[in-house]
Design a protein around this ligand. Structure first.
Ligand SMILES: Nc1ncnc2c1ncn2[C@@H]1O[C@H](COP(=O)(O)OP(=O)(O)OP(=O)(O)O)[C@@H](O)[C@H]1O
Length: 266
């Protein structure tokens, strides 16, 4: 793959962030700084709010009817929840890759990657679009596998290829941050390792936040790890501890974290 020159990505800082589904407080009082050009893994047992927190970072949480966020989330200096912030623009700057690969089913490989760009009002010349699509596919380690069949349906690719296509689609619009919700959980071990290698490569350009249930994946591919936990059913999830991945997995400050990473619960 082509070497990617390091690019300064943006940080995210959440302050006193509370996330609700209607009256239900799902995640309570998160305070965290997510460092630029690093991979931050979100870990914790089922239902502790990892995905909810992740989706709040690009204002996708509020797409659930009745769901809302209370608190502040800064992308560098910009408050993404400010009254004049445009959620569509926020989602362009902070892209999302989902658990199951979800290429647009009726679109070709090429059109899947170009989809976000075509949504922008600005008209892009065909040659420029070709160059962006190629760059995004190269960046997703997929170009060599698909360059001779760009006009074929995205759905015709393997699961691992489809997920890399979705990563290319997310990066084509040049976001600052990539959010990934268990991006490899639907994939076989070889495709999983390919995605992990790709994540390591992508942090040269992007700030990456990844939800994972796979402890080995968190320790292999992240720089920092945030551990979330929940006190009981119906109680909100909360951030227990965030630190370097090495510290979280070898010598965490909190007993709850230690119990979780050593497999004593969760
Ligand atoms: N669309 C929704 N409507 C109402 N409640 C929701 C919704 N999505 C999640 N929740 C609730 O919010 C809480 C946090 O869920 P979330 O999916 O964020 O946890 P998670 O840590 O990502 O779990 P998992 O690891 O199982 O994916 C849970 O109590 C869940 O039931």
């Amino acid at each position: 793959m082509t070497a990617i020159a390091p690019v300064k990505a943006k940080s995210i800082k959440a302050t006193n962030l509370n996330l609700y589904y209607g009256k239900f407080l799902a995640v309570k009082d998160v305070n965290i700084t997510i460092e630029p050009n690093k991979v931050t893994a979100l870990i914790g047992s089922s239902g502790c709010g990892k995905s909810t927190f992740l989706r709040s970072l690009n204002r996708m949480h509020e797409l659930v009817p009745g769901a809302y966020a209370d608190g502040e989330v800064l992308l560098d200096e910009t408050d993404i929840y400010a009254s004049d912030a445009d959620p569509v623009q926020v989602r362009r700057q902070i892209g999302m890759v989902f658990q199951a690969p979800n290429p647009f089913p009726t679109m070709s490989i090429y059109d899947n990657v170009a989809a976000g760009l075509k949504l922008n009002a600005r008209k892009i010349k065909k040659a420029d679009l070709d160059a962006i699509v190629e760059r995004a596919l190269r960046g997703a380690n997929l170009w060599d596998e698909v360059k001779d069949r760009l006009g074929k349906p995205g759905m015709g690719l393997s699961g691992g290829q489809q997920q890399r296509l979705c990563i290319a689609r997310a990066t084509a619009v040049e976001p600052d941050v990539l959010l990934m919700d268990e991006p490899a959980s639907a994939l076989d071990p070889i495709s999983t390792l390919a995605i992990e290698d790709l994540i390591t490569e992508l942090k040269k350009e992007y700030t990456i936040v990844i939800v994972t249930h796979n402890m080995q994946q968190a320790s292999r591919s992240s720089d920092n790890t945030a551990f979330f936990n929940i006190e009981g059913t119906g109680k909100p999830g909360r951030l227990v501890e965030v630190d370097t991945t090495e510290k979280i997995f070898s010598n965490p400050s909190n007993k709850e974290t230690e119990d979780y990473v050593s497999g004593r619960f969760g």
